[in-house]
Design a protein around this ligand. Structure first.
Ligand code: S3P
Ligand code: PEP
Length: 426
C-alpha cells in the first residue's frame, strides 16, 4: 500500500463491529441452547477463525456479511473436531477457546499462524491447570500448538498477575464447567465484555472492583447481540481526524464501554477537539457518535490503570504524540511486547524511520512531538495495528510511505483503506 499526503479527511463513516464482542457472541451463542442472532458482526479474519473453530466442533453457524445466526448446541453440545483447530492470528480465539475446551469430554489440538504460535500461553495454562485441565504446549515452549484434553474442572479463585481480559475470560469460561463458583482478580480492570455478555446469555456473573465471579449454569440461553462499532478501529480515524489538517470526521455508533474508552481520556488530556453525541446505553455496552476536528495537540502521560482501557490503541496514540507539542511518556505497557508483534519496538522503529524523535523504554516509550514526518518504507511484521497506524502517518508525511504486508488489516478492519479513501475524497 502506497500513501501520500491528503488534503483533509471529511465525512461520516460507520465503524465496523467490535472484535472482542464479535468473538464472544459466536462463542457464547455456540454454547447456548437456541438461536443467537448477531448484528454488525466483525467479518474480519480473527472473528472468522472463531466461527470456523465452532463449525468444526459441530455448531451450525450461518454468516452473511455482518449478520450471523448461531444455532447453539447447548453447554455440553460441542463435538470433537476431526482436525486440529486453526486459530489463525487471533490471541483472543486461542485463549478464550482454551478455557472452553478445558471442560469438554474430548481432546483437541489448536494452532495458529507464525505470530500466534510465538505468543505466551503459559498465562492461561497455569490457571487452567490449577482447575484440573490437561493443557500442554506441544513444542514445550509455552506457546501454541496447544493440546487440550478436556477434564472435569474444579472451581478456583485466581489472582492474575496481568490485567488481561483474555486470561480473565479463559478462567471464567472454564468456570462454566467447574464444580462451583470460579473467580478472578486482576491487578487493574481489563475489558469486561465477557462478564456483560455472559449475563445476556443467562449466566450468573458478579463483578466487584477488579474481581469477577461466575456461577456454572445448567444451560445458557440464546440471545440477540447487536455489536457496537469497535473503538480500537475508530482510534485510527480519531487520530487521523485530529492530526490531518482541514479535517472533520464523524464515526457512528462506537462502543464507549468505560473499560475500553481510555483513548477518549488521552484525547482530552492532549487538548483534542472531540465531541460525543447520540450516546446510548440500552444493551449494557454503551455507544456514541464521535466527531473529531483537526486540533493542536499537546504531549501527555499515559500509564497505570488506564493502560488496559487503551492497550490496542497505544501505537496510534504514539503517532498522535508525534504531532503534539512537547513530550509524551507511555509507561506500564510492557504487555505490548507480547501482542501480534513487539509493539513497543516496532512502533518506535517506524516512528524514528519517519523522522520522529522517539525512544523505547522497558515498559513503554517516550515521544517528543513536533518534527515533520517524512515518508518511509514501513515493516509491520503482519501486525494489523502497526499497518493502520503508519497508514495514518503516511497521509501526513512528506513524500511516499509504503506499507509492506498491508493486507494484514483484514485481521480486524477489512474496510480500512476503503473508508480512508472515502474520507479523503479520492
Ligand atoms: O479479550 C479480548 O478480546 C482482548 C483483550 C486484549 O488482550 P489481553 O487480554 O491479552 O490484554 C486485547 O489486546 C485484544 O485485542 C482483545
Ligand atoms: C492484540 C490483539 O488481538 P489478539 O490478542 O486477539 O490477537 C489486537 O487485536 O490488537
Amino acid at each position: 500500500m502506497k500513501l501520500r499526503k491528503v488534503k483533509g479527511l471529511n465525512g461520516t463513516i460507520a465503524i465496523p463491529g467490535d472484535k472482542s464482542i464479535s468473538h464472544r457472541a459466536v462463542m457464547f451463542g455456540s454454547l447456548a441452547k437456541g438461536t443467537t442472532h448477531i448484528t454488525n458482526f466483525l467479518s474480519g479474519a480473527d472473528c472468522l477463525a472463531t466461527i470456523d473453530c465452532f463449525r468444526a466442533m459441530g455448531v451450525e453457524i450461518e454468516q452473511d456479511g455482518t449478520e450471523v445466526i448461531v444455532h447453539g448446541n447447548g453447554l455440553h453440545g460441542l463435538k470433537k473436531p476431526e482436525k486440529q483447530l486453526d486459530v489463525g492470528n487471533s490471541g483472543t480465539t486461542t485463549r478464550l477457546i482454551s478455557g472452553i475446551l478445558s471442560g469438554q469430554d474430548f481432546d483437541v489440538t489448536l494452532s495458529g499462524d507464525e505470530s500466534l504460535n510465538k505468543r505466551p500461553m503459559g498465562r492461561i495454562m497455569k490457571p487452567l491447570s490449577t482447575m484440573g485441565a490437561d493443557i500442554q504446549s506441544v513444542n514445550g515452549d509455552g506457546c501454541a500448538p496447544l493440546k487440550i484434553i478436556g477434564k472435569p474442572l474444579k472451581a478456583v479463585h485466581y489472582d492474575s498477575p496481568v490485567a488481561s481480559a483474555q486470561v480473565k475470560s479463559a478462567v471464567l469460561l472454564a468456570g462454566l464447567y467447574a464444580d462451583g463458583k470460579t473467580s478472578v482478580t486482576e491487578p487493574a480492570l481489563s475489558r469486561n465484555h465477557t462478564e456483560l455478555m455472559l449475563q445476556s446469555f443467562g449466566v450468573q456473573v458478579s463483578s466487584q472492583g477488579t474481581t469477577a465471579e461466575v456461577t456454572p449454569p445448567a444451560e445458557m440461553t440464546a440471545a440477540d447481540i447487536v455489536v457496537p462499532g469497535d473503538i480500537s478501529s475508530a482510534a485510527f480515524f480519531i487520530a487521523a481526524g485530529l492530526v490531518t489538517p482541514d479535517s472533520c470526521i464523524t464515526l457512528k455508533q462506537v462502543g464507549i464501554n468505560p473499560t475500553r474508552n481510555g483513548i477518549l481520556k488521552v484525547c482530552e488530556a492532549m487538548g483534542a477537539d472531540l465531541v460525543l453525541s447520540n450516546v446510548k446505553d440500552d444493551s449494557g455496552e454503551p455507544t456514541a457518535d464521535i466527531t473529531v476536528k483537526t486540533s493542536n495537540l499537546k504531549g501527555t502521560e499515559v500509564g497505570g490503570d488506564l493502560i488496559p482501557a487503551l492497550i490496542d490503541e497505544i501505537p496510534v496514540i504514539a503517532l498522535m504524540a508525534a504531532f503534539a507539542q512537547g513530550e509524551t511518556v507511555i509507561r506500564d505497557a510492557a504487555e505490548l511486547k507480547v501482542k501480534e508483534s513487539n509493539r513497543i519496538d516496532l512502533t518506535v522503529d517506524n516512528l524514528v524511520k519517519m523522522g520522529v524523535d522517539a525512544e523505547a523504554t522497558e515498559d513503554g516509550m517516550i515521544i517528543r512531538g513536533g518534527n515533520p514526518l517524512k515518508g518511509a518504507s514501513i515493516h509491520c511484521r503482519y501486525d494489523h495495528r502497526i499497518a493502520m497506524t503508519f497508514s495514518i502517518a503516511g497521509i501526513n508525511a512528506d513524500g511516499e510511505t509504503v506499507i509492506e504486508d498491508a493486507e494484514c488489516v483484514d485481521v480486524s478492519y477489512p474496510t480500512f483503506y476503503e473508508q480512508l479513501q472515502m474520507l479523503s475524497g479520492q
